[in-house]
Write a protein of this length. Structure first.
Length: 87
């Protein structure tokens, strides 16, 4: 079974959020929060299997990476004008 931890996220203003995240060596979601919003992350204790059983939805959802492969060639600024415009 996967390992999960309690995590405390602290906003720069001091507001705290308690959440559960997957225990990874490097967690890209937490790193994005730190870089983009200035969160401070404090890793807590691991969840036991009994505690994890209380949260059936943990591990079912993943963050989708919206960055895809680069375009084969850049599109023209007139793309979509039909046959009348220059390409």
């Amino acid at each position: 079974m996967d390992n999960y931890r309690h995590v405390t996220l602290t906003w720069p203003s001091g507001e705290r959020i308690l959440t559960i995240v997957e225990d990874l060596e490097v967690n890209p979601e937490l790193m994005r929060l730190q870089m983009r919003y200035g969160f401070k992350v404090k890793m807590g204790r691991r969840l036991s299997d009994a505690e994890l059983a209380r949260y059936p939805r943990i591990g079912l959802e993943r963050v989708v990476d919206v960055v895809g492969p680069p375009a084969a060639r850049p599109l023209s600024p007139e793309f979509g004008r039909g046959s009348a415009g220059p390409v």
